[in-house]
Design a protein around this ligand. Structure first.
Ligand SMILES: [Zn+2]
Length: 295
C-alpha cells in the first residue's frame, strides 16, 4: 500500500455533484502525495452496478441511481481506466485475493448503512445477470415488517443495518455501540444480538439457495464480531440445511474498513495482469512497445 486516505462521512444528504467533487479531491490529494503514475481508478459503490458500469439501484443513496461514475471520474481525473463495482462484491474479491487458500466458496457480508453480500463460488464472483446478486440486505425476515428503502417490507437491513442497530442500542453512532458493548451495557449487547439473529435468519435463506460453506463477516459485523456471532451462528445451525451434513464456518474479515478499497485497487491490478500493455502505457510513452500476434 503506497498511500491511504480515509474520510468518514455520511453522504446520504449530499447532492451527486458534491459526492463526485469530494471523491475527486480525495484522489487528487493522494496522487499528489504519492507522485506515481496512475494505472487506473477502482470505485466501490453501495448499490447494484450493471455490465455497463451504471449504478442501477442504490436504496440508501437513491440519487446515485442512473449515474455512471466511471465517466464522471475519468473526466475529472483525466484517466481512461475507471472501473466501478458494488462494495460488497469488492470486499469479497479482496478476501479472495488476500487469502486464496482460505476458501474458494464463501459469502462475504458487508455491514454498513446498507447490508450487502458478495457471493464467491469456485473462486469466482457471482454477480448475477443485472449485477443484483447478493442483495442480502433485502432478503425478507418478516413480510409484514417495517418498510424498507427498496420498497419492500421487513428486509434484513431493517433489523441488522447500521441505523437500526445504533438506534436500538440507544447510541449516536457505531463507535458508541462498540464502546457500550465494551462496557457490557445490556441494551447495546441485546441490540447487537438482535441484529445478529436477524442477519442469521436472512443469511440462512441465502445459504439454503446457494449452498456455500463459509461466511466472512466484514464492515460493522467484523467490528462487533464476538458479540454478534453467537446469535448469528445459532440461527444458521437451526436453519441452514447443509449444517446437518457439515459445520459451516463464520469468520471475521481481517481487512476491516479497507476491504472494498483493496478490492477496488485489486480490480485495476487484476486487469493489468490480464492486459499487461496497460502497465507499459501507464509507465509512459518511452517504455511503450507493440505486440503482434503469432500465427
Ligand atoms: Zn429492502
Amino acid at each position: 500500500l503506497r498511500g491511504h486516505r480515509h474520510l468518514p462521512a455520511d453522504n446520504r444528504s449530499w447532492p451527486v455533484a458534491r459526492i463526485y467533487a469530494e471523491a475527486t479531491a480525495l484522489a487528487q490529494d493522494l496522487l499528489a502525495e504519492i507522485g506515481q503514475p496512475l494505472l487506473g481508478v477502482g470505485v466501490a459503490v453501495p448499490g447494484a452496478v450493471n455490465g455497463a458500469s451504471e449504478i442501477v439501484r442504490a436504496p440508501n443513496l437513491p440519487r446515485l441511481a442512473g449515474q455512471r461514475p466511471a465517466e464522471q471520474l475519468a473526466a475529472t481525473l483525466s484517466i481512461d481506466d475507471v472501473l466501478v463495482e458494488n462494495e460488497a462484491n469488492l470486499g469479497a474479491l479482496a478476501r479472495l485475493w488476500a487469502a486464496p487458500s482460505a476458501g474458494r466458496d464463501f459469502v462475504y457480508v458487508s455491514g454498513e448503512i446498507g447490508v450487502g453480500a458478495g457471493v464467491v463460488v469456485n473462486g469466482r464472483l457471482f454477480r448475477g445477470v443485472h449485477g443484483f446478486a447478493g442483495e442480502l440486505g433485502h432478503v425478507v425476515v418478516d413480510r409484514n415488517g417495517p418498510p424498507c428503502g427498496c420498497g419492500g417490507r421487513g428486509c434484513v437491513e431493517q433489523y441488522a443495518g447500521q441505523d437500526v442497530l445504533v438506534r436500538t442500542a440507544g447510541q449516536r453512532d457505531l463507535a458508541g455501540v462498540e464502546a457500550a458493548v465494551q462496557r457490557e451495557n445490556r441494551r447495546a449487547i441485546e441490540a447487537v444480538e438482535q441484529a445478529g439473529a436477524a442477519l442469521g435468519v436472512g443469511l440462512s435463506s441465502l445459504l439454503n439457495v446457494i449452498d456455500v460453506p463459509m461466511v466472512v463477516l466484514g464492515g460493522l459485523y467484523s467490528r462487533l464480531f464476538e458479540t454478534i456471532t453467537p446469535a448469528l451462528t445459532a440461527e444458521l445451525s437451526r436453519r441452514v440445511l447443509s449444517s446437518r451434513q457439515a459445520t459451516g464456518q463464520v469468520r471475521r474479515s481481517s481487512l476491516g474498513i479497507d476491504a472494498a478499497v483493496r478490492g477496488a485497487a485489486g480490480l485495476i491490478v487484476d486487469r493489468a495482469l490480464t492486459e499487461p500493455d496497460r502497465l507499459l502505457a501507464a509507465a509512459g510513452p518511452t517504455y511503450r512497445i507493440s505486440a503482434s500476434s503469432g500465427s
